[in-house]
Design a protein around this ligand. Sequence first.
Ligand code: GCU
Length: 596
Amino acid sequence: MVKLINLSLVWSLFFNLLAFHLVAQQNMTNVYGRRVQLLNGKWDAIVDLYDQGRKNKIYLNKKPENKTDFYEYAFENGIRLNVPSDWNSQMSELKYYEGTIWYGRKFDAVEASGDRLFLYFGAVSYRCRIYLNGKEIGQHEGGFTPFQVEITDAVKENDNFLVVEVNNTRRIDAIPAMAFDWWNYGGITRDVFLVSTPKVFIDDYFIQLDKNKSDKINAQVKLSEKLANSFVTIEIPELQLKRTLETNAFGEVKTSFTSTEIKRWSPAVPKLYHVKISTQTDKIEEEIGFRNIGVRGEDILLNGQPIFLKSISFHEEIPQREGRAFSQSDALMLLCEAKALGCNMIRLAHYPQNEYIVRMAEKMGFMLWEEIPIWQGIDFENESTKKKAVKMMREMIARDKNRCALTFWGVANETQPSEQRNAFIRHLIATCRSMDTTRLITAAFDLVRFNKEKEIFVMDDPFIKELDVVAVNKYLGWYHHWPVSPDKAVWDVAKGQPLIISEFGGEALYGKTGEKDVASSWSEDYQATLYKDNLKMFKHIPNLRGISPWVLFDFRSPFRFHPTNQGGWNRKGLVSDQGYRKKAWYLIKEYYENNL
Ligand code: GCU
């Protein structure tokens, strides 16, 4: 009996293979250090609410060729959207839009000087498919990390047509999942470049100070091809360091430099060194800082010295524009407000933010906590979700591993204890450590509770022992009433480990005065009382090594319904959505300046 081949199995294998091939590649390191052709600007767009576009192959952008032809779409003369930007803030009809929008534009590969050409996307939210000249060439899932697609063999010198199918529909197996306290912005939300490179180029490098030494710089460089006996030169002119090495069979070189002249990076002195990497056919340069970060008992050590983290969180959003932040000037606005507050650290909530923010924060002297959006409601039992999380983590670390300001990788925010959660997060921790042993791993928990018998705050999630630093989100005076007076509060949480309060705060509508002991007044007076109370309590937490008020600016959220106090905004900002500082801002400013 001839065994019938299960055709559906063959097809699914074929499409899986094809899909695997179409998954966008992990980014080459430091795209911003290369000569690129910008594809930013106005793109044509088609709103495809019922997802009809792909089956109608609108990416072919066909035009009638005879009397009987007709097409019920055209990219030209329709709506046009700014790239980069979210679509929600560009048209009132798109404010709540959740679905598919097709972006299309022509381009000539005018500046393609190299042998190879790549399309680079800083981020597309949330999932996308890329089509070039009528052919699907790549896919990506994840709204906050970069990806690239090689187009060397698919691009024409002139008159290329690039189409990006973008969808931001929330899904239970996505990261984040179905409900999260920020706006579900969709679109091509970061830069789009054409990147040209030589045939063999410097694909990746990791140059950082040794975790435990102040005079040893570890460097590894990887070529785009597994090319042995090729030569790579690494140079740090200011330290008179220069070495040429021969690649191994994988096209890699690994070395260490020793120098007693290294001035280590810190928030006070954010020293960066010019680093050059070159081969016979390629060269790339950038500014890299060198610092040690570690833990000793309950202390966080920066360059061997205990440091208290004067942190703040912000979303990647410009409230005055009601949209995603994406430019250098956006980064400057957010970071200058954090600098004015007196911070030495920023928790980039709750997802990898754009590279302008990360690089500028490093130059301005902020330590950074970066995380992928493992934010409540993640499907920890779903293998495909775990794979997505690992891929996002890898893309984040690949992009930012040379940023010395990045001192903490956050692996979760407010997850509930379970074996599935532990296994999932352990996998993320292993991913971090496999790519980077120099940074501290942390996670934010909302599990601190008040033990009435002992009259102390406790947290019983054994998982915290697996972290370098324990972080706690605790909203006393807002979501939780004070069980004791703040100055009598005793904490027994994560003893023996450094503890950060990664979120605390409460809401206030800018300009609203009211009873300072009535939460529903939504007044600045109440918010100020809440901050004073929390700051009093912090003085009694023995292993507290940092605080990060939630949040720098009011931000948009579909969670926030109150018509007069919120109107779709989370009002926990120390600064209003119009850029005005509330009373609590001045309390933190004073606390950071005079109490630490
Ligand atoms: C949580 C969460 C934040 C959220 C905040 C709030 O702790 O981590 O993303 O915005 O609480 O409720 O305002």
